[in-house]
Ligand binder design. Structure first.
Ligand SMILES: C[S@@+](CC[C@H](N)C(=O)[O-])C[C@H]1O[C@@H](n2cnc3c(N)ncnc32)[C@H](O)[C@@H]1O
Length: 296
């Protein structure tokens, strides 16, 4: 029987459903587009177009990888984040839509018409730092990562976005050896408790870098390492914003308060779950940012 675009899409969807993939319809469509070399518009305007054996084989190869629960971002080599696509490889965490909240909060701290220095600890694909630099043309950023392979991906993404002249990348452990004077420090550090990693979806547990996930026994190792460095890294009145995992708000706020960073808030994502902790150096009396709901 001759396969058409729409029959191939339906077959792929069924296979992905059976494999337990969360979003089989969308994933099947994106794999069909990539494998058969067609655009979304072709599926809408010409769904019964016949496909060649070569196209069928190419789509099958991609669907097999997804059936084995390899992340879509690894198969396609990219992931949409903020207002662009980022190159993604197995060396970096696939940027998550939730992390766009951290970008929004960071942008509130940086007036668009002023130069600023930004530090991203654990820069990975570059998602946060590049989105902030994209929106703030006068800003410059430093991105640190413990993985040189991840830094190669950051560099590639910076070049693709034309931002490479405004970033400096450093291989190292958090802020070790770094001087201060940053207006903004952001981080989405690894925060999964070590023993929880095996229980995560196979896309995460089997395919994402352990270094990007593992937050130590209670998930808080990175916050304990980063918090004491914030007062020296930030200019007076400078802002920090850290992504946190589920149920970590109280504990992370306590870690920060121990360092004298008293004006701290935990800001919720659209689901109402505290997702980003933020504050200013010196514990200025005013709230750092945002509306302050979910204050602790
Ligand atoms: C959760 S990923 C976040 C990546 C990216 N910023 C994002 O939001 O998509 C954490 C990153 O921290 C890096 N990392 C882990 N331990 C580190 C350390 N001790 N020092 C610097 N970077 C580290 C990992 O390699 C990884 O790229």
């Amino acid at each position: 029987m001759t396969q058409t675009l729409v029959s191939l899409w339906a077959d792929a969807r069924k296979r992905l459903e059976a494999a337990g993939v969360d979003t089989p319809v969308l994933d099947a469509r994106l794999l069909l587009e990539a494998g058969a070399g067609v655009a979304r518009l072709d599926l809408v305007t010409d769904p019964r177009r016949a496909v060649s054996d070569l196209q069928v084989a190419a789509v099958d190869a991609l669907v097999r990888r997804r059936e084995a629960r390899e992340p879509l971002s690894h198969i396609l080599g990219k992931k949409a984040f903020w207002s662009f696509d980022l190159v993604v490889t197995p060396d970096v965490l696939t940027p998550r839509p939730e992390t766009e909240l951290l970008v929004e909060i960071a942008l509130r701290a940086l007036p668009a018409d002023r130069p600023a220095r930004i530090l991203d600890l654990g820069v990975g694909s570059g998602a946060i730092l590049l989105a902030v630099l994209w929106e703030r043309p006068l800003a410059h950023g430093v991105g640190v990562d413990a993985s040189t392979a991840a830094l190669a991906v950051t560099q590639k993404n910076a070049e693709l976005l034309g931002l490479e002249r405004r970033i400096e990348l450093r291989h190292g452990r958090w802020a070790d050896g770094l001087g201060g004077a940053f207006d903004l420090v952001v981080s989405n550090p690894p925060y999964i408790p070590s023993d929880d990693i095996e229980g995560l979806a196979p896309e995460v547990a089997r395919f994402e870098p352990r270094l990007a996930l593992d937050g130590g026994a209670d998930g808080l190792d990175a916050y304990r390492a980063i918090a004491p460095t914030l007062p020296r890294l930030l200019v007076r009145g400078g802002v920090f914003a850290l992504e946190i995992g589920a149920g970590q708000a109280e504990a992370v706020l306590a870690v920060l308060q121990r360092e004298g960073l008293s004006a701290v808030d935990a800001l919720p994502d659209l689901g109402g779950r505290p997702r980003v902790v933020t504050g200013r150096r010196d514990g200025d009396a005013e709230k750092a940012l945002g509306t302050g709901h979910a204050k602790h």
